[in-house]
Ligand binder design. Structure first.
Ligand SMILES: [Zn+2]
Length: 417
């Protein structure tokens, strides 16, 4: 690691970074340390204004695109070079915590300040982005800002989405954009040389392993199915078992077969039946219908394809007397992060003497869309007991700062390539 890179990483200020988390957490604060900061709300506007006030103190340039993604830029020496980007989101779940999303924005901003204080010059500009509406709690779909920025979905398709109060996204967006008039307009799909997102892990692996830095290898693939089992209602006391078409029995047989299919000694495969509707749902009647959901996840593209393809034939085979209908409802391919970016993050953690490990992300992030347009990676830091999307979300100031140090060093590495 270059001396000026190490110097910049060591200028990450744990106290300042923690203080900023507490300051942001006051915007949309709810009881028990929680945060409710819906996308494009008054609280979102206040968070944006606070970030921009800090950017102004440093003379960083700010810009905003038409979906409200907000960019803070520290200039590089080559005015024609594409920026290296970092960031995450400032919106929260309705009963969210103080770290999900906002950590990536604040760690990115801290990295810019550390670079400034170390006086390093980078060839490429380094930019922090606050993506609009990652959570999707108010307007669906989630990860909307990065989705539109990268061209995965046109802006026009999301403008008429409404929230539960009937507010149109286009109106909430216009009000949000009007609140930051000094941000320069910015194009979608502006080229990026790389993207690194820092985030709390939202799972227990790092904490349990006693490691500070997660070097994220990718985001696991996801398949959703609805499985409908159709039989016949009968009297529970009078109908011999041999004559029944019992939808619950067949649903259990299918779920048992899927449990066997997804059995994984390494505990990497995720299989969940989280919803089940039984009709007519009466204790003394044989059920005629069962509808249940399947959520299947795995980081390996070949494995998730194999598992996904096996669901329907297996379900049909397992059912003994009922008709089975399998409907796929969601399909996200796994995203594999860039080897060079993973390497830069790992090298930074190694050089800074921080205990680290590689791991895949179980949850989706904006990095999933950025990975489609530029070399991308993520840094995880531990969060207490893996709890997230919950007021009780917690992280240690020292771990947050360690993640920001690794981020600073990795960004500098990419910004001089
Ligand atoms: Zn998040």
């Amino acid at each position: 690691m270059r001396e000026d890179t190490r110097d910049a990483a060591n200028r990450v200020n744990e106290k300042r970074l923690w203080q900023r988390h507490l300051e942001m957490a006051q915007i949309g604060a709810i009881p028990n340390n929680g945060v409710n900061r819906a996308a494009l709300s008054q609280e979102d506007i206040l968070a944006r204004k606070l970030l921009l006030s800090w950017a102004r103190q440093r003379n960083f340039a700010v810009s905003v695109d038409a979906i409200g993604n907000l960019f803070v830029r520290r200039a590089g020496s080559d005015p024609n070079a594409a920026p290296v980007m970092t960031g995450s989101h400032m919106d929260s779940q309705p009963r969210g915590g103080r770290f999900d999303g906002i950590y990536g924005v604040l760690a990115g901003f801290e990295a810019l300040e550390a670079m400034d204080e170390a006086g390093v010059t980078t060839r490429r500009p380094v930019e922090v982005v606050a993506w609009t509406n990652e959570e999707g709690g108010r307007f669906q779909p989630c990860t909307m800002g990065s989705m539109v920025f990268t061209g995965a979905r046109p802006l026009a398709e999301v403008l008429d989405v409404t929230d539960n109060d009937g507010v149109k996204l286009r109106d909430a967006l216009a009000a949000t954009l009007a609140a930051t008039p000094d941000a320069n307009p910015r194009e979608f799909k502006a080229p990026a040389a790389g993207y690194i997102e820092a985030h709390i892990e939202q799972g227990p692996l790092l904490e349990n392993a006693g490691r500070t830095i997660g070097v994220v290898t990718g985001i696991q693939g996801l398949r959703w199915f609805n499985i409908e089992v159709s039989g016949k209602t009968d009297h529970a006391g009078t109908t011999p078992l041999g004559l029944r078409k019992d939808a619950v029995r067949d649903a259990i047989a299918i779920i048992t077969a899927l449990c066997e299919l997804t059995h994984d000694p390494d505990d990497v495969t995720r299989f969940t039946v989280g919803r089940m509707l039984v009709t007519p749902n009466s204790p003394n009647t044989v059920a005629s219908h069962v509808l249940f959901s399947v959520d299947l996840r795995h980081p390996d593209p070949a494995r998730i394809r194999e598992l996904g393809a096996a669901v329907e034939p297996l379900a049909r085979k397992a059912a003994k007397s009922c008709a089975v209908k399998v409907t796929p409802t969601l399909h996200d391919d796994p995203c594999v992060f860039d080897a060079n970016v993973i390497g830069a993050i790992e090298d930074a953690a190694k050089t800074l003497d921080l205990p680290h490990q590689r791991l895949p992300s179980g949850a989706s992030h904006d990095a999933m869309y950025m990975a489609r347009v530029c070399p991308t990676g993520m840094i995880f830091v531990p969060c207490e007991k893996g709890i997230s999307h919950n007021e009780a979300e917690n992280a240690r100031p020292a771990d947050l700062a360690a993640g920001a140090r690794v981020l600073t060093a990795a960004l500098l590495e990419l910004a001089n390539r």
